[in-house]
Write a protein that binds this ligand. Structure first.
Ligand SMILES: [Zn+2]
Length: 390
């Protein structure tokens, strides 16, 4: 009976959900746009306050603020966490060029899939549960403001890890897959910058004193590409290269950026050492090289707790005709890694379903907004019925 009411609540609020989705997408919150992100967080925070949440913002100077909300329902027990982020990869002004639109059942617009649809799902799952007088567990809602750059300019990763401690389960409403896969594991991502310094010289007048930074880094990048070891699940990609000034001068500077994907936390020490060794080895005498680590997102481990929570969500979906869900491990990182490393059962990719995130072609299936809101609502409701993780 309660379940029917929950499903009916979502059905009765479809147009409201759609207009909130449109409103969130039509609010620029690119990762470089702190003002936009902070304003969006406040907008979402106000909605949560109206649902009885205590809302706090963790302020950052150079990154979007983090939203941290709690709805206690007068319960002291371990909270259920709804996780996500409000920033997108799209620059300020993108909304002006291509705002939220719907064509043939697909919604388009910056962040429509990653992950503004997921935010709507979280808010309406909470509303639906509250509408039936739910008060079994307290809720925590955590929305990062700088997920897309891996919290490079904030301590949000530390704050997240602290806030996850003691939670029963974490539902991350990140990008969902059109084939109904739910994410139970993610690779970690590390990005490095390698800079080589040589000696500039006029190639016609005194070529003998020139030391080419480009040639040196070319040797290095080939060595880096050779490191990719599929067995160990560590892969290296030199994604950008720059250097030199004019054709008639020996280049005294070159830079590459490297993306590393890895399966376990202990890999970090392994590949850091490998890259450092390449940085230190000199091919062109008189050059020297510096290696620096940028963002480093941990992998999301497929723990027994993750597997159990997935099977539970899968059973909930099966019982309610919300798709035969399957489990998937993917190469892209998310904040779910921090939840799992805090020891919390976590499922990721619970958001709207779509494809092509981080591109102009990004879209989400409109119907999946309601379907996934139903799934999340019922999963949270059932979590108490079966006393999972209590
Ligand atoms: Zn995302």
């Amino acid at each position: 009976m309660e379940k029917k009411k929950l499903l009916a609540f979502i059905d009765a609020h479809k147009s409201e959900m759609l207009s909130l989705w449109q409103e969130l997408v039509n609010h620029d919150s690119g990762n470089d746009d702190k003002v936009g992100i902070d304003l969006l967080q406040i907008k979402i925070g106000e909605i949560l306050e109206n649902l009885g949440a205590e809302v706090q913002y963790v302020h950052y100077d150079q990154a979007g603020n983090l939203l941290l909300a709690e709805i206690r329902h007068d319960r002291k027990g371990a909270p259920i966490v709804f996780l996500g982020h409000s920033d997108t990869v799209f620059k300020k002004g993108t909304v002006g060029k291509r705002p939220f639109t719907i064509t043939d059942g697909k919604a388009f617009g910056p962040g429509v899939l990653d992950m503004k649809g997921g935010i709507v799902i979280i808010l309406y799952a909470i509303k639906a549960l509250q509408a039936i007088g739910y008060n079994s567990s307290s809720f925590k809602i955590i929305l990062a403001g700088d997920e897309e750059n891996g919290h490079q300019k904030s301590d949000a990763a530390t704050v997240l890890q602290r806030e996850f401690i003691g939670a029963r389960a974490v539902f991350n409403c990140e990008t969902g897959f059109v084939d109904d896969a739910i994410i139970i594991g993610r690779k970690g991502v590390a990005s490095f910058t390698m800079e080589t310094f040589g000696v500039a010289a006029h190639v016609g007048n005194n070529p003998e004193i020139g030391r080419s930074a480009i040639v040196e880094i070319a040797h290095k990048l080939l060595e880096i590409e050779k490191l990719t070891d599929k067995q160990a699940a560590i892969s290296f990609n030199v994604g950008t290269i720059e250097g030199g000034t004019v054709p008639n001068s020996t280049p005294d500077y070159a830079k590459i950026k490297i993306d590393v994907r890895f399966g376990k936390e202990s890999d970090i020490a392994v590949f850091s050492k490998q890259l450092q060794a390449i940085a230190e080895q000199t091919y062109i005498e008189g050059t020297h090289t510096q290696l620096s680590l940028g963002a480093c997102l941990k992998p999301m481990d497929t723990t027994p707790g993750v597997e159990q929570l997935f099977r539970f969500v899968q059973a909930t979906a099966r019982e309610n005709n919300l798709g035969p869900l399957k489990a998937r491990k993917v190469g892209g990182a998310s904040d779910s890694a921090y939840a799992v490393s805090s020891g919390i059962p976590t499922v990721c990719g619970m958001g709207v379903k779509g494809e092509r995130n981080h591109s102009k072609e990004e879209y989400a299936v409109v119907e999946s907004l309601y379907e996934r809101a139903k799934l999340l609502t019922l999963a949270v409701f059932n979590l108490d019925e079966v006393n999972l993780y209590q």
